[in-house]
Design a binder for this molecule. Sequence first.
Ligand SMILES: Cc1cc2nc3c(=O)[nH]c(=O)nc-3n(C[C@H](O)[C@H](O)[C@H](O)COP(=O)(O)OP(=O)(O)OC[C@H]3O[C@@H](n4cnc5c(N)ncnc54)[C@H](O)[C@@H]3O)c2cc1C
Length: 464
Amino acid sequence: MKKLDASIIIAFKNAIGEENVIIDHDKLIFYATDHSIAQAVVPQLVVLPSTTEMVSEIMKICYANEVPITVRAGGSGLVGGAVPTHGGIVMDIKKMDKILQIDEANFQVTVEPAMITEVLQNTLKSRGLYYPPDPSSRGTSFIGGNVATNAGGPRAVKYGVVREYVLNLEVVLPDGRIIWTGANTLKNSTGYSLTQLMIGSEGTLGIITKIVLKLIPHPTHDLLLLAPFMSVKDASKAVSAIFKAGITPSAIGELMDRKAIDWAADYLELDRMDIGDTIKAQLLIEVDGFEIDQLQKECEKIYEVLSQFEVDEILFADSAAQKNELWKLRRNIANAVKVHKTYKKEDTVVPRDHMPQLLEAIEQLEIKYGFDAICFGHAGDGNLHINIVQGDRTDEEVKHWHQALVDLLLTVKKLGGTLSGEHGIGIVQKEFMPLMLDRANLELMKGIKSVFDPKNILNPEKIF
Ligand SMILES: Cc1cc2nc3c(=O)[nH]c(=O)nc-3n(C[C@H](O)[C@H](O)[C@H](O)COP(=O)(O)OP(=O)(O)OC[C@H]3O[C@@H](n4cnc5c(N)ncnc54)[C@H](O)[C@@H]3O)c2cc1C
């Protein structure tokens, strides 16, 4: 790691003000990790810009001096994207957190990247407007981080992921130039889509400083069902059956396998027995819309479909308190897993109908390699979060599990799936990119990176 020259530190202070530059080691430590298992790396310096122009000035200094830089948003990433692996500097964008314009006539909002997703959603809701992408981390993650990772969430199954809502982006390029990637229009066929290229680029191509999002009217009603199943495979087959019956729930297959249920119950200090021994999985199913009668009819139809499977008593919620109660277990699985040392978190995605085969393959790998996998996720999208728990085992004891990951990912590929449905690649998943993508694909991606960032200063060592 090359040590930062004193003259560069002075240049940053002159460009954006001393108060916006952190060099105190105790404060720098905060920036060494995100929510992933990536190895912690303390940056040498942190800059806190509050305007696009400041971001541009910072980038000009980095570019001229070939200083590596990593942007950090909410730090909730699960693949180490915001970790300054190379030990250079971190740009904390938290001061750029404003809504700049709500254009109700055109159903658009322009925001700065550090707006917390949930805060944006609540503000828009009070005006009857809806920005649907809702990662479970929406209380802490930033909209800029969501765009940079192309985040998903439970409601992606009906409304789609972040990619579907971004119309235009202001971006600062590695050399400091400022561009808009597109136009604030619903259609745009003007050359390559730089907007779409930036979405999911994980801070490797440019720094997103303004975001124009497409909005829709906010649904006025929603209803929630919780279906307990005797088998996890039945639960995942029921997901496809609901779609085949012509219903598109606003969230479905918030699937929890038995281990995930038990872990979340223990974390919340609930009695496991209350859930019933025979229950092996639960599905959360939500419908939303503007007519309550229509939603009730949809629920009846869902009941009909579910009754073709071995299900226990289906719970129904229409009040906010009841809904919170039903979501409680699902929302706490990640917290429950966090208490234990995790060997690896996978974010695999397969075509929805192949989920039962994926679950079966995981069971076989658990037996073969002797590990516990806590599985939950967005079954409606075929997106399964597989948490392999290390617990008290030493690194030496779990060394052979690496082969289990390779076996798992090759199975995912065979099922027509891929490595990440919504968390991205960052540093944690990059070793598996050649397993998933052809050499030609990787060469094209690397070529794009070198056009945007010829000096490789923006979040180097990430993705590939
Ligand atoms: C409990 C929990 C639940 C989660 N649930 C979900 C879920 O349901 N769906 C989902 O998709 N993810 C989920 N995640 C993962 C994570 O929240 C998302 O990846 C989120 O989008 C990251 O946003 P962030 O603001 O925290 O970004 P960070 O972690 O700070 O950064 C993520 C990446 O984006 C880059 N970046 C950040 N800001 C910018 C910018 N302005 N310009 C360019 N690059 C930038 C960073 O360099 C980094 O590579 C969850 C995480 C946790 C801890």
